[in-house]
Design a protein around this ligand. Structure first.
Ligand code: GBH
Length: 533
């Protein structure tokens, strides 16, 4: 059911982007190379050989991006900083002033447009020079990250009130260091590497938070936190207790949030990795331990809860025998329900109900922290159609669930950020999947940004600060532009739901493939023999 009402006063309404996905200018003004520069230039890694060399050229098109932001009428803009643009070899041996100047200018332009910046320190583009000495696997990275954070707080901090240390540690760890689908593309030690990498990321986050807390908080008065990504997991079979347990053991949130919000790895994560390690004949867990001092130092290093959320999944347990692998540790496989509406990304199906449940879960699990949704959005692929009715539908339904979490479940939700401002480099799938509120015409060298229909729709939600009750008469704030004519809406009688459903029918190409993650796992392991026992 639809719920009418408003969000809190001063609610943050934003859109999000990240450096490698939009900036381009990969070798301009002294920028060093990142692991994503190397990865996209490695044949076979990215769909259509796409790279971020030019991307949306946001490095040179700042005014266009600011104009786009003004059109959406956001109160905040989330972007990330390219570490090698500031520190070309990853260390403070040389600070690239041109890189700092670019971000200073961006911050000044945002502030002049009355848009509050929210800055991510690390959205996956590690300086290649640091990868060459082990990257996140080498614990000296903690000191490097701390120094990098210090440079940013010192130079940019006077203009920034909202910081995020890491975007999605789960994705860095699992896609980058288990599956190898993301840079640095490692998949040779799926038993140990994710836990070493994860351990160093959590410590790096905590050190950056402490630098801010000790040196800058008093004078700058900002907030520093981390953004974790989580799907909402439902039991595949609601009549099976073990499916409930599987849904609680997907490792999305607790791996990261438990050490930072509650202290130490969660008992569930500890037990899962220990049991599987022992089953494999090891004498101790492959999950590293925090010392009591470390537990204390990490616990509480947050000022709000940053959440990226896109969709729900159905979970069920799978016994992987004695296999020593991250997937076997959690012992869970996730699938989608075929009745959930499809989108332009095979992993993403529309499941608005899950966001409200996830928000309530975070409230209960982490003692009611203030929450900022730092990403939420939907894609399309195939032919360009500026009438993105599926995106309007997605934002309407998801944001309405956020409103319910706020008004009905008392969740302390203080901000919402749509992903993404522009159609941009969608990592491994290149430019084929488009999450933007603005279409970027890549055949025009000028890369013009054109608003899709969802822009005025999202903008209306922002202007109304929620969903005005139609019973109280027409509202000035509610002013989405009429739907652009398109293939699904030539009948005026078609409802929005029917339009979305028919689009999904058109896209429904592979319903036999109900389990992407299981499929991938089996595929990977028939060749390497993981399932042999
Ligand atoms: C976010 O990750 C990123 O922060 C952002 O940069 C990105 O553009 C955006 O989402 C849209 O994808 O292929 O079956 O292995 C979202 C979390 C987790 C979603 C990994 C895709 C891959 C599933 N992502 N998931 S699969």
């Amino acid at each position: 059911m639809y719920h009418y009402g408003n969000f809190s006063q001063n609610f943050l309404w934003g859109v999000s982007s990240s450096a490698y996905q939009i900036e381009g200018a990969w070798r301009e003004d002294g920028k060093g190379l990142s692991i994503w520069d190397k990865f996209t230039h490695t044949p076979g890694k990215i769909s259509e050989h796409d790279t971020g060399d030019v991307a949306c050229n946001s490095y040179n098109k700042m005014e266009d991006d600011i104009a786009a932001l003004k059109k959406v009428k956001v109160s905040h803009y989330r972007f990330s900083i390219s570490w090698p643009r500031i520190l070309p070899d990853g260390t403070t041996k040389y600070i690239n002033q041109a890189g700092l100047n670019y971000y200073k200018k961006l911050l000044d332009s945002l502030i002049a447009a009355n848009i509050e910046p929210q800055v991510t320190l690390y959205h996956w583009d590690l300086p290649q020079a640091l990868q060459d000495v082990g990257g996140w696997e080498n614990e000296t990275i903690i000191e490097r990250f701390k120094e990098y954070a210090d440079v940013l707080f010192e130079n940019l901090g006077p203009k920034v009130k909202l910081w995020i240390t890491f975007n999605e540690p789960f994705v860095i760890t699992v896609l980058g260091h288990v599956q190898g689908a993301h840079a640095p593309g490692l998949n040779d030690r799926p038993d140990t590497l994710p836990y070493i990498v994860g351990h160093n990321i959590i410590k790096s986050h905590a050190e950056a938070w402490h630098v801010y807390n000790d040196k800058y908080r008093a004078s700058q008065g900002g907030l520093v936190s981390i953004t974790v990504n989580s799907d909402w997991a439902e039991p595949r079979n609601p009549y099976k207790q073990e499916d409930y347990e599987a849904a609680r053991n997907v490792f999305y949130l607790g791996w990261w949030a438990h050490p930072i919000f509650n202290g130490d790895y969660s008992p569930l994560v500890k037990k899962s990795v220990l049991d599987q390690s022992l089953a494999g004949g090891l004498t101790k867990s492959r999950l590293p331990e925090f010392t009591p001092e470390e537990i204390k130092r990490i616990n509480g290093t947050y000022d709000y809860f940053g959440l990226n959320h896109y969709c729900s999944v159905l979970a069920f347990p799978v016994d992987f025998g004695t296999t020593q692998h991250f997937e076997a540790d959690r012992g869970v496989v996730v699938i989608s329900d075929r009745t959930w509406l499809e989108t332009g990304s095979v992993w993403l199906r529309m499941t608005p109900f899950g966001l409200r449940r996830l928000l309530k879960f975070i409230k209960d699990e982490y003692r009611n922290p203030p929450i900022i949704i730092t990403e939420n959005g939907v894609s399309e692929n195939g032919p360009v159609d500026l009438n993105d009715v599926h995106r309007k539908y997605y934002y309407e339904k998801y944001i309405n669930q956020v409103l319910k979490a706020y008004l009905l479940d008392d969740v302390n939700i203080i901000g919402y950020t749509a992903w993404s401002l522009l159609d941009n480099l969608e990592w491994g799938v290149g430019y084929t999947e488009r999450f933007g509120l603005f279409y970027v015409n890549r055949t025009d060298p000028d890369l013009p940004r054109t608003p899709k229909a969802s822009v005025s729709f999202y903008s209306s939600i922002i202007s109304c600060n929620g969903f005005p009750d139609p019973a109280s008469g027409p509202q000035e704030c509610w002013n989405p532009t009429p739907t652009i004519q398109n293939v699904w809406s030539n009948s005026t009688e078609t409802t929005q739901e029917a339009q979305v459903e028919s689009m999904c029918q058109l896209n429904r190409s592979c319903f036999l493939l109900t389990s992407i993650s299981l499929f991938k796992y089996l595929l990977a392991n028939t060749t390497s023999g993981y399932l042999s026992n």
